[in-house]
Design a protein around this ligand. Structure first.
Ligand code: COA
Length: 170
């Protein structure tokens, strides 16, 4: 069963393979990473780990049983118990509910592991799949997003409040 794992140095080759295999698929919906991202992958990956170490961000990968990466789920700009959520899921598992289920899990993790009370996410208006992921996971539309924030396209901010799920009493 796929598992959510926090990003660490040993995961770099699998993350690079995921980004390369799905580059064209992702670029159809979100801005392409650009050639420099791939040329400087190790430096950029290490910079992400440093940001995570500093508590500014928390990066998660959904890892399949064969250790390949099925998706990336990022909590960025963590501040005042709030963060921005970003995600991308591999083409070969698209439309299977992976993003919806994992965003729900990440919401729980965000509260339990990082003490967050609010998550926000910006998505382009034409990215219907992403909007469905967010609404399926309990996010609500809060207003227009600056196109500069989402690759120059018109878009929308979504937001969700988080509550820590108590352990059920036996
Ligand atoms: C957006 C993305 C994460 C969705 O991942 P996914 O695992 O395929 O999503 P799910 O299977 O959970 O599907 C969620 C909903 O979107 C629908 N959907 C999936 N792909 C779709 C598509 N291409 N067009 C329209 N709807 C689509 C599903 O049918 C489902 O709808 P439902 O709730 O009515 O059943 C994935 O397509 C992706 O990584 N895209 C590129 C990066 C990206 O856009 N990230 C989000 C930036 S804001």
């Amino acid at each position: 069963m796929p598992e959510l794992k926090q990003l660490h140095v040993g995961r770099a080759p699998a993350v690079l393979a995921f980004e390369l295999a799905n580059r064209a698929y992702f670029a159809a919906s979100v801005s392409d990473r650009g050639d420099d991202f791939f040329a400087q992958f190790t430096d950029r990956y290490n910079a992400l780990l440093a940001e995570q170490e500093a508590g500014i961000c928390a990066f998660y990968v959904l890892v399949a049983e064969d250790s390949s990466v099925l998706g990336r789920f990022n909590l960025v700009d963590i501040e005042d118990q709030s963060a921005e959520l970003g995600y991308r899921v591999a083409q070969h598992v698209a439309g299977c509910g992976v993003a919806t289920a994992t965003v729900r899990d990440v919401c729980q993790l965000a509260a339990a592991q990082h003490g967050l009370r609010t998550l926000r996410a910006a998505t382009a208006r034409r990215n219907v799949a992403s909007q469905k992921v967010l609404t399926n996971a309990g996010f609500v539309l809060v207003g227009p997003a600056d196109p500069a924030h989402i690759g120059g396209k018109p878009g929308t901010w979504y937001q969700r409040g988080l509550v820590l799920q108590p352990y059920s009493a036996i």
